[in-house]
Write a protein that binds this ligand. Structure first.
Ligand code: FE2
Ligand code: FE2
Length: 273
């Protein structure tokens, strides 16, 4: 199975590069499953129903979220009728939506897509390790589901790596989001799970993690907020990770970085060339 995961879509530049490039990537690379993190898709903060529809129409099979999941209040309502929209699973009981979704891939495969949030330098949520155990217990890879994708929305590299190892052998891919900077540590862990600490963002890289650089610089240098954070303008660059899995086991056999656009050195999976 061919899986593409794209990191946090930030504002209009992020949406434009995903919506314009994804349809061709799906056909050129014969993708079976596309998962996109959409927590910053609406002006940098959250997601609207219209944007959810736009990214799905471009070829995403599931959209994951994070700490900005409900910044657009309408998400609290429309998430219930958006079956492929996945918010962090370790929010308190009663939070609208779902933290795990069983989606049908383009090749008909059954895929469990999960979103979990870390707790180091983040909001104090329920234990992400226990939440993953509960979800994975009911979804044996290669038996009950054909693939498992885990989006770890967390601040620290250590917590993300620990969650990767915790899921090793039980997931096809564990990939980090939230920090918006692609890491070079994409690899297959010893148990067969593809892993990358941060998928990077889909957005304008001439900024501070996707935001226009003026206000972040003012806040760092003068310690005073003097404006709103706005997404950086300029061309968007798409960033994520490509994984090929074994059809029988659901585990990863190949992994590569994906970076397309002017903001970063380009990277494409050689095994799909
Ligand atoms: Fe983000
Ligand atoms: Fe985030």
């Amino acid at each position: 199975m061919r899986i593409l995961f794209l990191g946090d879509v930030v504002g209009r530049p992020g949406r434009e590069c995903v919506v314009s490039r994804l349809p061709d990537l799906v056909s050129d690379w014969k993708l079976d499953l596309v998962v996109v993190n959409g927590e910053n898709a609406a002006g940098g903060f959250g997601i609207t129903e219209a944007i959810y529809g736009e990214i799905i129409a471009a070829g995403a099979d599931a959209i994951t979220l994070g700490n900005h999941a409900f910044d657009q209040r309408e998400a609290l309502v429309f998430i219930e009728r958006a079956p492929a929209l996945v918010r962090p699973m370790n929010y308190p009981p009663g939070t609208p939506g779902r933290g795990a979704a069983l989606v049908e891939a383009k090749n008909g495969a059954r895929v469990l897509v999960m979103n979990v949030m870390g707790r180091v330098f983040m909001d104090p949520l329920d234990d992400p390790f226990a939440a993953l155990d509960r979800a994975l217990d009911g979804a044996a890879l290669g038996e009950m589901v054909d693939a498992v994708v885990v989006d770890v929305h967390a601040e620290t590299t250590s917590e993300k790596q620990a969650i990767g190892h915790h899921c090793d052998g039980r997931a096809s891919l564990v990939v980090g989001t939230h920090t918006h900077v692609p890491t070079a540590d994409y690899r297959i862990l010893s148990g067969g799970t593809a892993y990358m600490t941060d998928a990077g963002m889909c957005g304008a890289y001439d900024g501070v993690i996707g935001m226009d650089k003026e206000e972040p610089l003012r806040r760092f240098t003068r310690k005073l907020a003097s404006g709103r954070f706005e997404p950086a303008t300029g061309p968007g660059t798409l960033s994520g990770v490509a994984v090929e899995t074994d059809d029988r086991t659901g585990l990863a056999v190949r992994v590569a970085a994906v970076r397309l656009g002017a903001g970063l050195e380009e990277a494409r999976p050689a095994f799909w060339a």
